[in-house]
Design a protein around this ligand. Structure first.
Ligand SMILES: [Zn+2]
Ligand SMILES: [Zn+2]
Length: 224
């Protein structure tokens, strides 16, 4: 969010700098318990040199500098030190663009974040008096707020699936019984290709790590 254009103080730069705030980002840092005293972001000329890079910088306490979600700074704001402390778009290295993308991605919640926030809201709610809780209930919206979450999934290899189904020849590779029914689409047997070591646990998407299961055995593997 643009705040203002200002003359850089304590610097004899002729060009002005642009000052921004980002309440949403600040909010997210707070929610996740990350300490930051840096609440302003600047887009500015990074040195007195007329050929100087233009970059984005902020206070040293900002989580932008030390959490993995963000790219490392690739430029130096010489007014504030001599180690990389700014993000700039240079030839072959658009760190500033990468930073801005990383920030928008960072602002999306994961399902896990949503769950954590809900758990802490629950303990807060249980600490209220009944009177206070009912007062809150009266004022509450009846339609729940919708939020967009980010999630990661795996792009599976179709060749692994087909190869494992062919290996199984229509029989569950665990209980050895024939598949209970055929797929309408192509009359192949209804077996599900399951990863022995789950992909999320670092398992490989390979024929060796996959097994064709009937729906019963498959359910058993996951929930048994
Ligand atoms: Zn089976
Ligand atoms: Zn499975």
């Amino acid at each position: 969010m643009f705040e203002k254009e200002q003359q850089p103080h304590l610097q004899n730069l002729r060009s002005t700098e642009l000052k921004f705030i980002h309440p949403q980002l600040e909010n997210k840092f707070n929610e996740l318990g990350l300490k930051s005293r840096a609440k302003k972001y600047y887009i500015k000329q990074l040195s007195d040199d007329s050929e100087s890079d233009i970059g984005l910088t902020t206070g040293k306490t900002s989580p932008l500098f030390n959490i993995e979600a963000f790219p490392t700074p690739n430029a130096i704001d010489y007014f504030d030190g001599d180690t990389p402390n700014a993000w700039s778009n240079k030839e072959g290295d658009n760190a500033l663009d990468r930073l801005l993308n990383a920030i928008s991605e960072y602002l999306l919640y994961t399902l896990n974040d949503v769950e954590k926030l809900f758990q802490s809201a629950l303990s807060e709610a249980s600490a209220l008096s009944q009177k206070e809780r009912r007062r809150r209930l009266k004022a509450a919206r009846s339609k729940p707020e919708k939020i967009l979450v980010k999630s990661y999934t795996y792009k599976r290899n179709p060749d692994v699936v087909i190869e494992v189904l062919e290996r199984a020849k229509g029989n569950c590779e665990l209980c050895q019984k024939p598949a209970p029914f055929k797929r309408k689409r192509d009359l192949t047997s209804y077996l599900e290709v399951h990863h022995i070591k789950q992909l999320a646990q670092g398992g490989d998407d390979t024929v060796e790590n996959a097994i064709a299961l009937c729906p019963n055995c498959h359910r058993e593997q996951h929930f048994g």
